[in-house]
Design a protein around this ligand. Sequence first.
Ligand code: COA
Length: 444
Amino acid sequence: MEVGIDGIELWAGKLRLDLPGTFAPANGEDPEKYTKGLGLQASSLPDSYEDIVTMGANAAHRLLERKGVSLDEIGRIDVATESAFDRSKPVSTYVAGCLESAHEGSLTTANKGERKFACMAGTQALDDAVNWIRAGRNRGRAALVIATDTALYARDDPGEATQGAGAVAMLVAEDPGLVALGPEQGIGSVDETDFLKPNQQFPSVDGKRSMQVYLARMREALVDFARAGGTTHPDEFALVPFHTPFPAMVQKAAPLGYRHAIRDTEYEEQLADEIGRQPRPEGFESEEAYLSAVKEYTEALTDTDQYGRWYDRTVEPTLAISRQVGNWYTASVHVTRVAGLLEARDAGRELAGAGLLVASYGSGAQAEIHAETVQPGWTDELDGLRIREQLADRREISFEEYERIHDAHNHEESTDIAPLTEPDGEFVFDGWGRMGEREYAFIE
Ligand code: COA
């Protein structure tokens, strides 16, 4: 039985902050730090009536409408987020309330939960949903998996450069229309202190450490994936979507992945005359000498045409949306899957039956690698997406508006600002209830 993503929908925060054009000059920085150093053009940010519930519910609402799925056909709703505002009541209950207010049917018998492991949680929720169906506990129903985040940092924190806000909703079902998940799974997981929010809204982040931890856990996950029986041969994968906190992070991770993937293959042999064969630990007297040789080999590998062709085909297309929106935390890797598939469709690539190698990461820290198979009819699903129109329709904001919007979303500020955009056929934050709960309304 094939199980996987039957349908997918993205919802971007409705404001656009131009990073090289608006943010860099206001901070006295060189715009190329953003375009070249981080690989980013813009952040998507939430208007004052948007939050993790509205973005998640709007993505799910659009997905259910487009797929013609009624609430009674949903047996499970998992929300992954690292921006939750309630330590007891899960975001999925708020989302379910929104959906029930605008759709026929009921979610009373849908099992609801919330997943937390930094940016990893979206993939973990997807994994849970797939396993629930494979275990035969779904009684023919589908699961709704939503990854939603407002990735905001404290003002003047270096992380401010990589902010973003948005949600991805995925319908997980048997005989899926977009991708089926393979059984092999690789994990690299170690207790790390690179990024955390100990009872605080904005993260404490050691950005440079986080980059090292990302690479180390990815390597472990790749080794574990192979141990689980998964193949990493470059010919097997049309796209390699990575978790993308900012595109330059992926540009650093991709050569390490490729080096691993071509080891002991014809691709390593083809490069032997040009850059030599890969260093093996047994050829060195010390770990230090071995690691230094590996670094040198990886740098030479990155400069080869062979690597360039692989990167341009499998990785670069996946970054097209991230460059325009920044980090969506739990949703980020699911954004890169969609971006890669959209670019491949536009380039006329035929991907039915092709493989995706999906590389997720969450600080704290854990990486996960699994493979997916693109399904026949995959372009029909992509044709329903409106993400490019949504991104083009975002309201451009000035630096002063950015400062006010950041304050409006800061739980410690009481700034109340008028919305900068007009809601249209969507859920909005509508004030506070008697027990401090957030309330929502659907605006026609
Ligand atoms: N032209 C070209 N490149 C430039 C540049 C310029 N004018 N100015 C800076 N750069 C490069 C830097 O060399 C650096 O690249 P490198 O890492 O390859 O050396 C990159 O741009 C970023 O510059 P840097 O000065 O390091 O930026 P920063 O101190 O603002 O920090 C992050 C950048 C990514 C570490 C920071 O934004 C951060 O912590 N983000 C959050 C990361 C996160 O969310 N982690 C957890 C989830 S995985």
